[in-house]
Design a protein around this ligand. Structure first.
Ligand SMILES: CC(=O)N[C@H]1[C@@H](OP(=O)(O)OP(=O)(O)OC[C@H]2O[C@@H](n3ccc(=O)[nH]c3=O)[C@H](O)[C@@H]2O)O[C@H](CO)[C@@H](O)[C@@H]1O
Length: 368
């Protein structure tokens, strides 16, 4: 694709997980809606390559996913070499695309393009959606003019930087959900029954899946479950759920708007993008942070929602099937609590997050 003169071109690095990819696509939607151009840098992972097919209107380039090994690991040298080479490749892509600016949506995949931008004298920006930013973003921020944050507690991790609280961008498709009846039909569920969605984020959650399987028998009578088990765990969960009334299992869900539209409450890991969608749509939740997420950032995320009264925070180590069933019972049978939590969730939403990100980038470019 040719760079057409006059159209400000933004490179968005958003590969690796759904938590980086989907907010990146949301910014792409807003940026191109303003008559400008984007190039999306993604990884070779399946979720990224599927996005390529789903959004043929954008130009995508694949750059290798980079995961940092432990500091004294023998894998450190190959990592540094890969980082250097990928930065070189990103530099060539920026030149070819005639980029005006680079936006990293987080993780180590953001580091090479932002570093390459700095070397080329282009403004770079990084977005961090978590309450506790990761090491990659803290390092990437050193090459960036502005840091965009999804949750306020992240601010203190970027001392001396121009930090802009933008919220985390949500894909346009979340703005126009199908009707509950349409969504229920899509999953073969009954729209008149209370429905709980279970999701472990874009990568699934094995332990959470097992707990739900054990607790289901004690959920309030009539409760339906839409269980997004993750592609790896789908066959196992399907086997466990076989024959259950009102229980649907999917692996990776490529229609989250329908999944949300049929759900009254959500049991979820506390990845930032899932949580952003919960607040955007005003859905009450039970959040079970992934205990091995870097620096336990999912617990910090969930604390923000718990403090606001938007979610029940349940640490996985202290959670068993009985406790989970009790929490689900409160959520599914107490309408007042659910409404109060839904309102609290909504109060945390930043519906114009993508516009805020684009405004801040444009403001920098206009001062160039
Ligand atoms: C295990 C881990 O460290 N995960 C991190 C990862 O997000 P990870 O991708 O695990 O999870 P998130 O909750 O942030 O995002 C999931 C996204 O994928 C979508 N989705 C999910 C399941 C599905 O079947 N279909 C689908 O489309 C959701 O709607 C959401 O948009 O990056 C996030 C942003 O830095 C972090 O907050 C998470 O902690």
């Amino acid at each position: 694709m040719e760079h057409s003169g006059g159209k400000t071109s933004l490179v968005i690095a958003c590969g690796g997980t759904g938590g980086h990819l989907f907010p990146g696509l949301a910014v792409a939607e807003e940026w191109t809606g303003r008559g400008r151009e984007v190039l999306l840098l993604v990884s070779e992972k399946k979720i990224d390559q599927e996005a390529r097919r789903k959004y043929p209107q954008y130009r995508f380039e694949t750059v290798p996913a980079i995961g940092k090994p432990a500091t004294f690991s023998p894998k450190m040298l190959p990592f540094l070499w890969k980082l250097w080479r990928t930065t070189g490749r990103c530099g060539s892509l920026l030149k070819e695309f005639k980029a005006d600016a680079v936006l990293g949506m987080g993780g180590f995949t953001s580091l090479p393009p932002c570093w390459a931008a700095k070397r080329a004298g282009l403004p770079a920006f990084v977005h961090d959606s978590n309450a506790l930013p990761g090491k990659a973003n803290r390092l990437t921020a050193k090459f960036c003019r502005k840091v965009f944050i999804g949750m306020e507690p992240a601010r203190s991790f970027f001392p001396g930087k121009d930090v802009v609280p933008t919220g985390t961008p949500v894909r346009a498709e979340m703005r126009t959900l199908p009707s509950r009846a349409e969504a229920a039909a899509k999953f073969g569920l009954d729209p008149s029954r209370p429905t709980l969605m279970v999701t472990g984020g874009s990568q699934g959650a094995r332990r959470l899946n097992s707990l739900v399987a054990m607790a289901f028998g004690d959920f309030p009578k009539g409760t339906q479950v839409l269980h997004i088990a993750g592609p790896l765990d789908q066959p196992r969960v399907e086997e466990e759920a076989a024959g259950r009334d009102g229980y649907r299992v999917v692996g990776f869900c490529d229609d989250m708007p329908s999944a949300y539209a049929v759900s009254d409450a959500v049991l979820s890991r506390s990845g930032a993008s899932s949580m952003t969608e919960l607040s955007f749509l005003g859905l009450p939740s039970i959040l079970v942070p992934f205990p091995y997420a870097a620096d336990d950032h999912q617990t910090r995320n969930a604390e923000v929602f718990e403090k606001a009264g938007a979610a029940f925070l349940e640490p996985e180590g202290a959670l068993d099937a009985a406790k989970l069933a009790a929490r689900v019972t409160t959520l599914m049978s107490d309408l007042q609590t659910r409404d109060r939590m839904a309102q609290a969730a909504r109060s945390l939403a930043v519906p114009d997050a993508a516009a805020r990100v684009c405004d801040a980038i444009e403001a920098t470019l206009s001062r160039k």
